[in-house]
Design a protein around this ligand. Structure first.
Ligand SMILES: *[C@@H]1O[C@H](CO)[C@@H](O)[C@H](O)[C@H]1NC(C)=O
Ligand SMILES: *[C@@H]1O[C@H](CO)[C@@H](O)[C@H](O)[C@H]1NC(C)=O
Length: 243
């Protein structure tokens, strides 16, 4: 089954600003820039749960996404609304390689111990052995997640100043070790079928993750790079990485 993902992320207008004073500016030196950015990440981490509006970084606990759709183009369609993702601020950086001088590029391995998604769902179609048609509240608990994120950057000119935007952005090698789903009211008032269906979802959670990993990957890419791009747009290359 091939899934297509649609996602809606709220995008505000980003106007160029100075970096906040708690950020230590990182020089355009590939031998130090990676460590410098990681140090800044730890400085801003306590603020990530609430978000940092002055840097166009939204709240990461929860991260709120208005809507997303998974569509297999026939046999299955799921709409999700009012999506709240909890625990995104607790990511651990396992590996980070950054170059900015001649070529903007980074490679990032992330680990998340615990991620929880709560949203309104509407599902219609067949998945695994199930025929689903219902709507209600969905909870998904995921643990032991690893993911690889990488991108190149390209320069563009805005108001006579150089800015960086991402190109060849990739999210891959996503592994979700364990997941538990709860879909309320999947069969309306039929409580017995609701319980049975959630039991099947639980018992086949590994297959379900396997089935959904490509689409979760593309949704993750849109979210991660949507946020990062917005932050990046605010600053000129010289402000971010002075000579
Ligand atoms: C998800 O985790 C929360 C908090 O630990 C728990 O209350 C809830 O029952 C879990 N839901 C599922 C579907 O496992
Ligand atoms: C869900 O499945 C796991 C094993 O995959 C099992 O340990 C757990 O008891 C199950 N939970 C329910 C509510 O059936």
């Amino acid at each position: 089954m091939q899934f297509i993902a649609y996602i809606v992320v709220l995008l505000g207008l980003a106007s160029a600003r100075k970096l906040p004073s708690y950020i230590q500016v990182c020089r355009r030196d590939d031998s130090t820039v990676g460590d410098c950015v990681l140090k800044n990440l730890e400085v801003i981490r306590p603020k990530l749960a609430q978000g940092i509006p002055e840097m166009s970084i939204p709240s990461l606990n929860p991260l709120e996404i208005p809507a997303a759709t998974l569509d297999s183009g026939g046999s299955f369609k799921a709409d999700f609304k009012n999506i709240r993702v909890y625990g995104g601020d607790k990511f651990v950086v396992k590996k980070f390689d950054l170059t900015v001088k001649d070529k903007f590029h980074f490679d990032l391995d992330l680990y998340l111990n615990d991620l929880r998604i709560i949203c309104d769902y509407k599902i219609d179609g067949n998945i695994l052995v199930l025929r689903l048609n219902g709507h209600g509240l969905m909870t998904a608990n995921m643990t032991d997640i690893v993911v690889h994120v990488s991108t190149d950057g390209k320069m563009y000119d805005k108001n006579g100043k150089q800015h960086v935007s991402f190109t060849n952005s990739q999210v891959d090698n996503l592994v979700i070790k364990k997941a538990r789903f709860q879909l309320d009211n999947i069969f309306g008032d039929n409580e017995q079928l609701n319980v049975q269906t959630n039991q099947v979802l639980n018992d086949s959670s590994e297959e379900l993750i396997k089935e959904l990993t490509p689409v979760i990957t593309s949704v993750t890419r849109d979210i991660v790079f949507g946020i990062a791009e917005k932050t990046l747009q605010r600053y000129t290359f010289d402000e971010l990485f002075p000579q």
